[in-house]
Write a protein that binds this ligand. Sequence first.
Ligand code: FEO
Length: 172
Amino acid sequence: MIKKTVQEAINRQIINEMYSSNLYLSMASYFRSLNLNGFANWMRVQVQEEMFHAMKFFDYVLDRGGEAKVGEIKAPPFHWKSPLEAFQFTLKHEESVTDSINKLAALAIKENDYATNVLLQWFVTEQVEEEANVTEIVERLKLAGDSKSSLFLLDSELKARVFVPPPANGGQ
Ligand code: FEO
């Protein structure tokens, strides 16, 4: 049976992951409004990744005999000044998610909750990848500067991204 302190912290993280999903859906809408459909596609795949994260925590709480709760999710912003600003916002957001995952991992260790610690190792690794992917796009956008052709080249590259669900038991 999962401890209440850990359960509550994971339930807060479920909300955090669902907020991330909504944030990226909002960004998909923003990029579509700029006719940058490759960027919009990248964000739509990110929506699925974030829901996958939320469900991984949700199922874990249930598997441990706890109560997985769906709480209130605040509305995300819906406008950014430029694609670069949107991706810088994304990077900041992912850094804050990494911070909350690290705090959860520290709590699991403090509570001697080894199963939750194992689950969180998957998320720690995932966050390294999340930050690296976003940082690469931020840097590409900086390099592109005001060049429309570089922006459209990057847009067509991002069109290729597809969601690949990790194995059901990955990291557990
Ligand atoms: Fe679920 Fe983007 O971290």
